[in-house]
Design a protein around this ligand. Structure first.
Ligand code: ARG
Length: 513
């Protein structure tokens, strides 16, 4: 029997292996026989006017880069499909071959060229410094020493700002957000590509900002491709064709109302000696620990204030005053029913802009904004948890307290709350763990917590997988510790199975279920 079985098993295994080999072989063959894919999937970060942006009316992608790439596709007989990605995600996407190219006002740098390939230069640009109109003491990069600078994450502007002595750099996911930070008066300057900042001031009509240091660097944009991509030659030929047949000049004039400058064949930056952008594990660990620390106190502070706020709201919700109950309901529904990300943006970017438009010079720093937004959100959830917990205690318990001559506050303190607390502990723990993870949203306002530290490392090392895995592990350690602590607390609060300790002074007749 067993021999029969084993021979049958053997046959099955052999058949399986044969099938796999044939299948893979066939797939390879058909792959070889196929033409290279006819579609160019091109990544872009569409918040960089005038190079790439969404048309407000139609929602379609427009911009200089978009038109150039579309024309290149036509010249090369390829269909172009744009894929919107964050700017700091473009290089990792190219590394993993999820896109065939990226056009996103990306500067050709020697560091980037170690990880990806660039087409020939297609645009001449450079960095510029933008300050508030009233500012007269910043004229050059050197004047930025010790100042607060906003930049877009992963850009050449971020790199330049990082080199300024003593400057505090905050990084944002897009250039418009960095400019908004300047408008709101929370930073002294923005270091960003000149054409993009110029466009924001002139065409997007952002008022109150001026450009001081024009072209602090000379940069050339290139189309980025995966290393050794087979499409490189076709893209270069396409750019050449458009430069020669006048299409390039026509697109350029339309977007910049000027004649295009001569472009070099190779970006001068590629001649620079480069320092290897390897991943330094020691540095990564240090940065992640720094980020984890920020995450921990952000969580602790928000939970603390959320608990206070939540308790107040919970009591208001069970109070006999109807308008108060209604008000709390609206608050809870609003903060539970809208994404935390939107709340964060509203509070950090929206409120100061609103105040400013009303002529009030109020703006708050990001620590306040993050804790404020997170606490408001947490309080809404906690209020419901606390209210539910308190209301779940049987009415008889109130009567029991009353019959022992306790007043309502005493009944709440000694009878109701201890019982309710045990019931709300598990959802409270859930809320705490959710909060640990939600603090990562504060990265969008440039808060350098754990996730942002990871992003910043990826932006310079392009090692997305290892870095984000490390970030995830640190989060996991923190949430596991929190869940362990809540389990312990739960066990401790259990009057029957609580770990035995020397008996304490008994509470005035606590009525337990
Ligand atoms: N040229 C700069 C760089 O390559 C900034 C590009 C930003 N582009 C964008 N789509 N946000 O770093």
């Amino acid at each position: 029997m067993s021999r029969l079985l084993s021979s049958r098993w053997l046959k099955r295994c052999l058949a399986l292996v044969l099938g796999l080999v044939l299948g893979v072989g066939a797939a390879q063959l058909t792959g070889l026989a196929q033409d290279p894919p006819a579609v160019w999937e091109v990544g872009t970060e569409p918040a960089f006017p005038p190079f790439e942006m969404k048309d407000e009316a139609t929602g379609e992608l427009i911009g200089f880069d978009i038109e150039l790439m579309t024309a290149m596709g036509e010249a090369a007989g390829r269909e172009v499909k744009f894929i919107a990605l964050p700017f700091d995600g473009l290089i990792p996407a190219l590394q993993s071959n999820t896109i065939s190219a990226a056009i996103s006002g990306m500067t050709i740098t020697a560091e980037r060229a170690q990880t990806i390939d660039f087409s020939r230069p297609y645009f001449e640009a450079g960095l510029a410094i933008a300050v508030q109109e009233s500012n007269s003491d910043i004229q050059s990069l050197a004047d930025l020493a010790g100042k607060r600078i906003a930049v877009q994450i992963g850009t050449t502007g971020a790199e330049q700002a990082g080199e300024v002595e003593g400057a505090t750099v905050s990084t944002f996911d897009s250039a418009p957000l960095a400019l908004q930070e300047l408008l709101n008066g929370r930073v002294d300057a923005v270091v960003n590509d000149l054409p993009a900042t110029l466009f924001a001031i002139n065409d997007a009509n952002i008022q109150g900002i001026k450009i001081v240091g024009e072209l602090v660097t000379e940069e050339y944009y290139g189309i980025a491709l995966p290393k050794n991509s087979a499409d490189l030659a076709a893209m270069n030929t396409a750019i050449d064709t458009l430069l020669q047949d006048g299409t390039y000049a026509e697109i350029y004039r339309r977007w910049f109302s000027a004649d295009p400058p001569e472009l070099p064949l190779v970006a001068p930056a590629l001649a620079d000696a480069t320092t290897a952008t390897g991943l330094n594990w020691g540095r990564l660990f240090q940065n992640l620990m720094r980020g984890a620390w920020v995450t921990i106190w952000l969580t602790a502070a928000s939970f603390f204030f959320g608990l206070i706020g939540g308790s107040l709201v919970a009591f208001a919700m069970i109070s006999p005053i109807k308008p108060l109950r209604l008000l709390c309901r609206i608050y809870v529904d609003f903060f539970r029913g809208t994404p935390m990300l939107v709340q964060l943006f509203m509070i950090y970017f929206g409120l100061p802009a609103l105040f400013q438009s009303m002529g009030l010079d109020i703006s708050f720093n990001r620590i306040f904004a993050a804790i404020f937004a997170l606490s408001l959100n947490v309080a809404a959830y906690l209020a419901e948890i606390l209210r539910g917990g308190i209301q779940s205690i049987d009415r008889g318990q109130w009567e029991a307290g009353e019959s022992l001559a306790m007043n309502p506050v005493e009944t709440m303190r000694y009878v109701i709350f201890p019982q309710a607390f045990r019931r709300i502990l598990p959802p409270l723990g859930n809320e705490f763990i959710t909060l640990i993870k939600d603090t990562s949203l504060a990265a969008v306002i440039g808060f350098e917590e754990l996730f942002r530290q990871g992003q910043l490392t990826v932006a310079t090392t392009y090692r997305a997988f290892e870095v984000y895995l490390a970030v995830a592990i640190v989060y996991l350690v923190m949430t596991s510790l929190a869940s362990f602590a809540f389990k312990r607390l739960e066990a401790y609060m259990d009057p029957i199975n609580r770990p035995k300790k020397a008996p304490k002074e008994p509470l005035p007749s606590a009525v337990e279920v």
